[in-house]
Ligand binder design. Structure first.
Ligand SMILES: Nc1c(NC[C@H](O)[C@H](O)[C@H](O)CO)[nH]c(=O)[nH]c1=O
Ligand SMILES: CC(=O)[C@@H](O)COP(=O)(O)O
Length: 159
């Protein structure tokens, strides 16, 4: 049995009536699209209505904190899921964006006072990114977007 993973929630949460914002980057689009779909499908299975899920895009992951902030100021979301895929290149670009974006998303929860789900993959290779979106040939891992959808419904319902 796998040790890693979300684990069973304390109860089955019902997402009906929740309003969810998804803001996703457009870099590494193939992986992003699968993650966004995974998150939406999971939330719909947990009762969230598709019309209550609002999706917006930003250019890259660095833009996620500002995009999520502005969007959540415009709409009455119960939870927001920023989704981005950072893949290490040959410079320090990856390290700076990974750290800055993570810190900003963490702080964002305090300023907008709704849960912000951490939908950011920080991968050293393309293969790692594909696997975490359930897209590698071996299907070695599940689509992490599903975890983010489940976390969103739980966090928005529980608190
Ligand atoms: N290299 C990746 C980026 N880089 C772009 C930045 O996030 C940003 O959009 C740009 O510097 C303009 O401010 N973004 C990703 O989401 N993923 C990457 O792998
Ligand atoms: C978007 C950039 O600035 C780019 O040159 C970063 O390069 P790398 O992804 O190889 O680190």
């Amino acid at each position: 049995m796998a040790v890693k993973g979300l684990g069973q929630p304390d109860q089955k949460y019902n997402g009906s009536g929740l309003k969810v914002g998804i803001v996703h980057a457009r870099w590494n689009r193939q992986v992003i699209d699968a993650l966004v779909k995974g998150a939406i499908d999971k939330m719909v299975r947990l009762g969230v209505k598709e019309e209550d899920i609002f999706v917006e895009t930003v250019p890259g992951s660095f833009e996620l904190p500002y995009g999520a902030k502005k969007l959540s100021e415009k709409h009455q979301f119960d939870v927001v899921i920023p989704i981005g895929v950072l893949i290490k290149g040959s410079t320090m670009h990856f390290e700076y964006i990974s750290d800055a974006t993570t810190q900003a998303l963490m702080r964002l929860q305090d300023s907008i006072n709704i849960p912000v789900i951490f939908g950011l993959l920080t991968c050293l290779t393309e293969e790692q990114a594909l696997a975490r979106a359930g897209l590698d040939e071996a299907k070695s891992m599940h689509n992490h977007g599903e975890d983010w959808g489940a976390a969103a419904v739980e966090m928005a319902s529980k608190f």
